[in-house]
Every structure is written in structure tokens, then in C-alpha cells.
Write a protein that binds this ligand. Structure first.
Ligand SMILES: Cc1cc2nc3c(=O)[nH]c(=O)nc-3n(C[C@H](O)[C@H](O)[C@H](O)COP(=O)(O)OP(=O)(O)OC[C@H]3O[C@@H](n4cnc5c(N)ncnc54)[C@H](O)[C@@H]3O)c2cc1C
Length: 271
């Protein structure tokens, strides 16, 4: 059984704290996955105010001030896919997801990424283990429990490998320092330990979790929802996309209901 490293325990505590403090803006996904809508900028009024720049001096204070005419305009803009007014509303999500999910997510280039690099701290020592639902297609178990146990054991071995090799390198660095063969550590980052982390991170599997801030405007977020909440999207990223959609909808109920009217559907599946 793999024991979580200190940084991973801290992240687990942080996730629990955020879930307790912010239940309407957080979702847990699987055993270690997490998403939070941390911040937003602008609202439905921002969209209409910017869209009316040429046609009116009227400015709305917020969605609560909307008349039927305003709601109809919002629907029209969405239905006709007017682009730029929807770029004026911004979202910042924080999520903790397996690296293979991040590789799909990062393809959504019209957004800003800040990702945990593993250069300054050790990797998150938690990895994705598919549950029964993830392992089953049309009632057929693609990956059996026995295979999942072997998968888990392999990933534990790789995570152990990192911890053990890093410890060995750190002991050697301390030893060489004691003997005066390498310079003493100065304030700030230790270049020897840092290089060890840089080299060893290459061994980390794509099933391991990483930590990301994702900042995105609503137009690009909508494209993400359209592509990644579909049945054709891979199961794991779909869970995150559905959770992000739910968090967006709670923060922007008017925009969500207007969107679902124009698209005549809401994403199916549970977050
Ligand atoms: C089911 C599924 C399977 C996929 N399989 C693969 C795969 O096998 N391999 C793979 O590499 N990717 C794959 N993708 C990723 C996919 O090709 C897109 O890169 C990804 O979905 C991001 O979409 P996007 O380009 O619309 O988003 P963004 O990069 O956020 O771009 C948003 C929009 O901006 C415009 N735009 C952005 N950049 C440019 C540009 N350079 N030139 C012109 N217009 C631009 C486009 O209108 C684009 O739709 C898959 C996606 C899905 C949903």
C-alpha cells in the first residue's frame, strides 16, 4: 500500500477544506479528483452591455435587472453564436486530475494554464484507479478486478521508485555536503535536490494526479462543454466537464437556462 507523501496529504486536507467551505462551487471526482470554480468575472449583464455598445446607451447592473426583452436578446446572441460578447465573462477553475486528462484538456488552447510542475516539490503520490463504472462498457467488464489490482500494484511500484530514489539522492547530497565536496545549501532553492526532482519526474506515469488553475472565457468554456460533455469524449475528462458545467450553471442560472433553451438539451450524465 502506497503511503501518500507530505505534499499529497496537504493537498488532500486542502480539498476537504475547500469542499467544506465552498460546497456549491466544488465537486470531488473519484478518489482523489477535484474541481472548484474559484472565481468569476462578469455576468449576463456584461454580455448584453458589451453587445449593445453600438445600439444603446442603456447599461444593465446585473441579471436581476433583466426584462423579457433582455432575456430574448441573450437567447438571440447565443443562438446566432455571437462571439465576442461571450468573451467578456471569465472563469477560474482549480482542478486536480490525472495527467492523461490534462493532456486532453490542454488542447483547449484558448485559455490560460498554471500547472504543478514537480520541479519545486515532489509529485502528487496519488494516481487514478478506474472504478467499476469506468471499467465497464455495455455491461461488459473491459478491465477485470484482477487486472486492476495488477495495474494498481505497478503504479504503486513506480511511485515507490520515485520516493526511494529521491531519498537516496538526498542522502548522498547531505553526505557530500558534510564532507565538503559540494557547496553548502544557500538560501532558496537547492540546485542539487531540484535537479533530482527534474530528472525523476520523467518516470511519473500519466495516471498520477496533477494540480491546475484553468482560466477561461465563456466562449471558450462553451466550446469545451460542447466537445467534452459529449458521449464521444473519454469517460474521465467527461466527468470533469460535467462537473465544470454543473458549477458554471449554479453560478450563472440565467445563462445556463438560456443556453439549454437554445441548444434544446443539457449535457446528460451526472457530475
Ligand atoms: C472526442 C475527441 C477526440 C479527440 N482526439 C484527439 C486526438 O486524437 N489527438 C489530438 O491531438 N487531439 C484530439 N482532440 C482534441 C481536438 O482536436 C481539439 O484540439 C480540442 O478539442 C480543442 O478544441 P478547439 O481547438 O476547438 O479548442 P481551442 O484550442 O480552445 O480553440 C477554440 C477555437 O479557437 C479557434 N482556434 C484556436 N486556435 C486556432 C488556430 N491555430 N487556427 C484557427 N483557429 C483556431 C477555433 O475556432 C477553435 O475551435 C480530440 C477532441 C475530442 C473532443
Amino acid at each position: 500500500m502506497l503511503e501518500a507523501n507530505e505534499g499529497t496529504k496537504e493537498i488532500a486536507e486542502e480539498i476537504q477544506r475547500r469542499m467544506d467551505q465552498n460546497p456549491d462551487r466544488t465537486h470531488r471526482i473519484g478518489t482523489f479528483g477535484f474541481i472548484e470554480l474559484e472565481d468569476t468575472w462578469g455576468d449576463e449583464a456584461t454580455i448584453l452591455n458589451t453587445a449593445r455598445v453600438s445600439t444603446s446607451n442603456r447599461r444593465l447592473s446585473g441579471p436581476e435587472a433583466f426584462s423579457d426583452k433582455d432575456r430574448a436578446l441573450l437567447e438571440h446572441l447565443l443562438a446566432e453564436e455571437h462571439g465576442t460578447p461571450f468573451e467578456t465573462v471569465w472563469f477560474r477553475f482549480r482542478f486536480i486530475a490525472p495527467i492523461f486528462v490534462l493532456r486532453q484538456w490542454v488542447k483547449h488552447r484558448i485559455s490560460t494554464w498554471n500547472e504543478f510542475s514537480m520541479r519545486y516539490r515532489k509529485p502528487i503520490s496519488a494516481f487514478y484507479i478506474p472504478d467499476e463504472k469506468a471499467r465497464t462498457v455495455n455491461g461488459f467488464e473491459i478491465m477485470t478486478q484482477e487486472q486492476t489490482d495488477r495495474y494498481t500494484s505497478l503504479l504503486e511500484t513506480v511511485n515507490h521508485f520515485y520516493e526511494e530514489e529521491y531519498e537516496t539522492i538526498c542522502r548522498r547530497i547531505d553526505d557530500l555536503r558534510q564532507r565538503g565536496e559540494i557547496p553548502q545549501k544557500e538560501a532558496g532553492r537547492d540546485p542539487y535536490r531540484a535537479r533530482a526532482r527534474e530528472l525523476l519526474r520523467s518516470a511519473m506515469p500519466v495516471a498520477n494526479y496533477s494540480d491546475v488553475y484553468w482560466t477561461v472565457n465563456f466562449r471558450s468554456l462553451l466550446n469545451f462543454f460542447n466537445l467534452r460533455t459529449k458521449e464521444t469524449a473519454q469517460y474521465e475528462i467527461r466527468q470533469y466537464a460535467l462537473a465544470a458545467y454543473d458549477l458554471f450553471g449554479r453560478a450563472y442560472p440565467l445563462l445556463r437556462s438560456t443556453l439549454e433553451r437554445t441548444r434544446h438539451r443539457e449535457p446528460s450524465g451526472s457530475a
